[in-house]
Ligand binder design. Structure first.
Ligand code: FA5
Ligand code: MG
Length: 450
């Protein structure tokens, strides 16, 4: 593992990505390690588990147009404004998003292409699969580069008129065409809730109910298909008896209302696999298709692939080790992933004092949050861990935090779980990584080690 953090990136005047030049400014916060993921295009590599998963999902949406080669560098307009993100939304912050300059980001979600696709492509349905980039936590289901599939289905109101049906009737007819399943789904909340999950102006309740039914049935069909494929991938009869448990929960997105997330019970806990909802009419109106109304979803392809194959750690998708890649084939039925033995983990703690902030002395201390103290944000700790340790950092978590009663200074303790996916780390290697991690925390964040 090499030190590749390039803090002088921000003083470079421009950056070139696949032949395209982008001017950089004080917003530039994208390390070269992240840029180097762009050419990988895992979701289009033959026989890669993400490609196979994508194709399996695509096969559940016949007639939807697919887009798999959209470039990841987009404008803040595409990523945020076109979707109605307010100016002060946390998603826009440098702590959460990789910027090249004030107007240019690595897309944080495939929704960045929604408006353009509605405008360009008057298809009833489309699916966009792509790599997305986020400054985020480090653990076995989160990675700073991952893959999403965006799906959308809209109906032309004029078609209902032509057929002499109401829009709701037209949509319910389409709901009937989706394959039925017998899995019990928990969905305790009303489709529309006046405060928490409101109906949009100009949408009738019966239309929204029909669109919601189409959305939910379509996505349940995907999860059931994946689960059935996963079941037949398992030789172990006991494991294949496992029941699929799924639930819908209310959600919020600036670009849909009402909105829902779908969760799947996985390894003893609920795993969120997608966000979805009724497309904000303003997006369709601005895209020149005001006569259309419909739904959209965004799902995490890694999360689905982990369910399908039993892949235990999201870092594995980036492996070029034949012991990983050799286990997947698009031309054969999926087989459950067999880990090539688990190498030992090594936990190490680092404790430090934050730079004292002006508000820290006296005054009430803010509660435990990711962002606390003078400009401190947990995602910066995560990024330093990634930059110093690469994929050897399996998990980084806050284990302790307190405020000194007299000085008001805040102390944090993080625990890093070091584990190589392909071999055993030596003690010297781990100690060396941890020492470099500690030094970088001091250099980059100005913390004081304890
Ligand atoms: C979104 O990104 C919305 N754009 C989804 C959407 C689209 C909503 C269209 C409505 C309409 P969210 O941030 O929850 O939402 O991410 C969607 C999915 O991506 C998650 O459910 C999860 O499966 C996956 N995901 C999110 N963060 C990570 C990560 N760091 N690593 C791996 N997968 C992730
Ligand atoms: Mg979410």
């Amino acid at each position: 593992c090499q030190m590749r953090y390039n803090s002088s990136g921000s003083s470079q005047k421009e950056v070139t990505v696949e032949g395209k030049k982008y001017p950089t400014d004080s917003w530039m916060n994208t390390p070269s390690t992240i840029l180097s993921a762009i050419p990988r295009r895992l979701h289009t590599q033959p026989d890669h588990p993400l490609t196979i998963t994508r194709q399996l999902i695509e096969s559940r949406f016949p007639g939807y147009r697919t887009h798999n080669n959209l470039f990841p560098i987009v404008t803040t307009h595409q990523n945020f404004d076109s979707l109605g993100f307010p100016q002060d939304h946390v998603g826009r912050s440098k702590t959460d998003t990789y910027y090249l300059n004030a107007n240019t980001v690595l897309r944080t979600h495939t929704s960045a292409h929604q408006a353009d696709t509605f405008r360009k492509d008057e298809a009833d349905g489309f699916l966009i699969s792509a790599d997305v980039y986020r400054r985020d936590a480090i653990d076995r289901s989160h990675y700073p580069v991952f893959h999403q599939m965006e799906g959308a289905r809209t109906w032309d109101r004029r078609l209902a008129e032509k057929q002499g049906k109401t829009l709701a009737q037209l949509i319910w007819d389409d709901v009937e065409r989706i394959p039925k399943h017998s899995v019990e789904v928990s969905d305790p909340n009303p489709t529309i809730h006046p405060e928490r999950n409101p109906l949009q102006d100009g949408h009738a309740a019966d239309e929204t109910e029909a669109i919601a039914a189409h959305l939910k049935r379509s996505l349940e069909d995907v999860v059931v298909a994946i689960f059935n494929a996963a079941k037949s991938a398992t030789a172990d009869a006991a494991a294949s008896e496992e029941l699929l448990k799924i639930r819908w929960v209310e959600a919020y997105f600036p670009f849909t209302s009402p909105s829902w997330e779908l969760e799947v019970f996985w390894q003893g806990d609920w795993l969120e696999v997608l966000g979805s909802g009724i497309v904000q009419q303003s997006i369709l109106n601005n895209a020149g298709v005001p006569h259309r109304v419909g739904w959209a979803f965004g799902l995490g392809l890694e999360r689905i692939a982990m369910l399908l194959y039993g892949i235990p750690d999201i870092r594995l998708f980036w492996s070029t080790d034949a012991r990983f890649l050799g286990q997947f084939s698009a031309s054969a039925a999926p087989k459950r992933f067999v880990p090539f033995s688990k190498y030992p983990a090594c936990f190490k703690d680092v404790s430090f004092w934050l730079r004292s902030s002006s508000s820290a002395a006296g005054g009430a201390s803010p509660p435990l949050t990711a962002s606390t103290g003078a400009g401190f944000h947990e995602n910066d700790v995560m990024e330093i861990a990634r930059e110093v340790c690469g994929d050897v950092a399996e998990d980084v978590r806050l284990t302790d935090e307190f405020v000194h009663p007299k000085t008001g200074r805040r102390s944090m303790c993080y625990r890093v779980n070091y584990r190589h996916l392909e071999r055993t780390l030596t003690n010297d290697e781990t100690n060396d990584l941890h020492e470099r991690f500690r030094r970088e925390l001091v250099d980059k964040l100005g913390v004081e080690l304890r």
